[in-house]
Ligand binder design. Structure first.
Ligand SMILES: *Cc1c(COP(=O)(O)O)cnc(C)c1O
Length: 360
């Protein structure tokens, strides 16, 4: 069976080169006689793997010296609770900008720990745009303002970093981290689960400005306390070692491909190819306003509910997999993360034309 073009939103496809290396090193990692899965997280072999992964991530994202990189478990949804527990710092209110399903979920979870102020919401228009920053109603008492950089389900992306003055900006970058360069110094904290654009599920990455640490709520579990984990270099408990190893291989792959500027160009090419094809047709519909379209997740719709089954069947037959939209919004969705080659999007675009011709 040849490898398919996998458009899953996550867990998502990984670069074939990375899977190849992992398979070659599965039984014996570089002469150690062990699989990475069998190594002590405190042994020299794994510490080497860990340190290289952190250093490569720092260099890819140009992470400033005064930021901690923390590798945790718990996923994006876990962080929805862990971020407030750590970041309230004596305050009791948080600002949220709700631009889709994930930021809405974040706000709901945070309400268990703090007073939530919805500074802006695009829910009324079905999450098809991002409200202008000038319209956001920030609270003077908020500990920070939370955004979701890329709404994986709705297909809405902040193209840059909103300017919110002196307020601390926290961003859920789960589905866009490493897809393009970003200025980490403009954020107090960014977090993301690895399974969208980095590696296997089970690893969560937190990048946080050091001066914001130390003010966690008293009941914060130690394993989820950024100050504790930062001080212990993510080894207060056993970190997700194998997921960190795979993430490290992905970081090396990204560096070899020219880093994040090259990735940005690669992703822009793929996204324009797909959006142009959708725009050129009256058959396919997209909902998100052009200026806010995600370069990673492309939701689109067919003119008739009856067409989804034959569309997905034909796609499967052509090796174009996991194109079904999220159950909450329906329709179709193509996730085109870093690891999706241009040929995958080209094959999808050809199929779009073919399907329209036979069913339009
Ligand atoms: C997938 C996703 C999450 C949730 O991740 P889990 O690992 O399932 O908890 C949160 N935020 C965003 C933006 C996501 O894409």
């Amino acid at each position: 069976m040849p490898r398919v073009h996998n458009f899953s939103a996550g867990p998502a496809m990984l670069p074939q080169e990375v899977l190849q290396i992992a398979s070659e090193e599965m039984l014996d990692w570089q002469g150690s006689g062990m699989s990475v899965m069998e190594m002590s997280h405190r042994g020299p072999e794994f510490i080497g793997i860990y340190e290289r992964a952190v250093a490569d991530l720092r260099s890819l994202l140009a992470i400033p010296e005064n930021y901690k990189v923390i590798f945790l478990q718990g996923g994006g949804l876990g962080e929805n609770a862990i971020v407030p527990m750590n970041m309230l710092r004596g305050k009791s209110e948080i600002d949220f900008v709700v631009t889709g399903t994930w930021s809405e979920k974040s706000a709901q979870e945070a309400a268990k720990f703090a007073k939530v102020n919805i500074a802006a919401s695009a829910k009324a228009d079905g999450f098809t745009h991002i409200p202008a920053v000038s319209s956001w109603k920030q609270s003077a008492n908020a500990a920070y303002l939370h955004i979701c950089q890329n709404e994986t389900i709705d297909g809405v992306e902040f193209q840059g970093t909103p300017d919110i003055g002196n307020q601390i900006l926290v961003s859920d970058v789960s589905s866009m981290i490493l897809s393009r360069p970003m200025d980490v110094s403009k954020y107090g904290l960014i977090f993301g689960g690895a399974q969208k654009n980095i590696g296997p599920a089970g690893l969560t990455i937190v990048i946080v400005r050091e001066d914001l640490l130390g003010g966690a709520l008293a009941y914060t579990p130690d394993v989820f306390n950024y100050a504790v984990q930062g001080k212990a270099d993510s080894m207060y408990n056993t970190p997700p070692t194998y997921a960190i190893y795979i993430a490290g291989l992905v970081f090396q792959w990204l560096k070899k491909r020219g880093g994040l500027a090259a990735m940005q160009a690669h992703n822009a090419t793929k996204a324009s190819l797909l959006y142009d094809a959708l725009d050129a047709s009256d058959f396919y519909k997209t909902k998100v306003q052009k200026a806010f379209r995600s370069r990673m997740n492309v939701p689109f719709f067919l003119p008739d509910e009856k067409l989804y089954v034959p569309f997905l069947k034909g796609a499967d037959e052509r090796g174009l997999l996991q194109l079904k939209g999220h159950r909450s919004v329906g329709g179709l969705r193509a996730s085109i993360y870093n690891a999706m080659p241009l040929e995958g999007v080209q094959a999808l675009v050809s199929y779009l034309a073919e399907f329209e011709k036979s069913h339009g």
